[in-house]
Design a protein around this ligand. Structure first.
Ligand code: HEM
Length: 201
């Protein structure tokens, strides 16, 4: 049952990702789109940020698969290392772009987002090395939540709440940071929560 819910959830996230790419990233196919001029000053930082970000976004869901982990733990470990290196590099580049090229008002929320993306990924890797797999599961969940903010920060304002103003955007970014940090605890906590189990005295 849990596996079906998990697969359904990841399928949902995949569809949301495809819609986001179609709605928000179509400009990639339009050479005269004004976005290109905006990216010009930091294009050499943005390019590796995007390449490693895409790698992390694509590999992340595989790391939650119990089937893959049981079938071949070595593949799980190697994909985990690639995910972690990609997310660590992408988050550092995001932090640099935010601090140097973003408008000052955006620096706090975007800087915290990028910094926490780096920190949660590092904690996920360290807990795996220490073989503390309960902590590892929680930190990977937090790290991937932050990786997925790439989709959520575009899908929600473009598709769900079009016309959002600057204050709305800022609140949305903070909300996504909080959700990324606490959702893994809620999911793992709920999995062990049995409201109808008889009381044990
Ligand atoms: C905590 C997570 C992240 C932060 C803080 C972050 C930060 C940034 C910043 C500051 C920009 C420049 C925006 C601008 O001036 O228009 C940017 C652009 C971009 N980032 Fe990230 N990023 C994050 C995650 C990701 C991930 C996971 C991906 C890959 C899937 C990604 C892909 C992109 C792309 C494609 C752009 C170009 C703008 C666009 O086409 O929407 N980012 N990012």
């Amino acid at each position: 049952m849990t596996t079906i819910i998990k697969r359904g959830a990841f399928l949902g996230l995949f569809v949301v990702t495809l819609v986001t790419i179609w709605v928000h990233e179509r400009y990639v196919l339009q050479p005269h789109n004004p976005q290109w001029a905006h990216f010009q000053p930091f294009r050499w930082w943005l390019l590796p940020h995007v390449a490693t970000g895409v790698l992390a976004l694509g590999l992340g869901p595989l790391q939650f698969s119990n089937t893959l982990r049981r079938w071949n733990p070595k593949v799980h470990r190697w994909l985990g290392r690639v995910y972690a290196v990609a997310a660590l590099i992408s988050s550092l580049l995001a932090l640099y772009i935010v601090l140097v090229y973003e408008i000052p008002n955006n620096r706090w929320v975007m800087g915290v987002m990028a910094g926490l993306w780096f920190l949660t990924t590092a904690c996920a890797w360290i807990s795996a090395l220490k073989r503390d797999f309960i902590q590892h599961k929680l930190w990977v969940g937090r790290s991937y939540g932050l990786t997925f903010t790439f989709v959520a920060t575009r899908f929600l304002p473009d598709v769900v709440w079009p016309g959002m103003d600057y204050y709305g955007y800022t609140a949305l970014y903070w909300m996504l940071i909080i959700i990324s940090l606490i959702l893994p605890d809620l999911i793992i906590g709920l999995a062990g929560f049995r409201p109808f189990r008889p009381r044990i005295d």
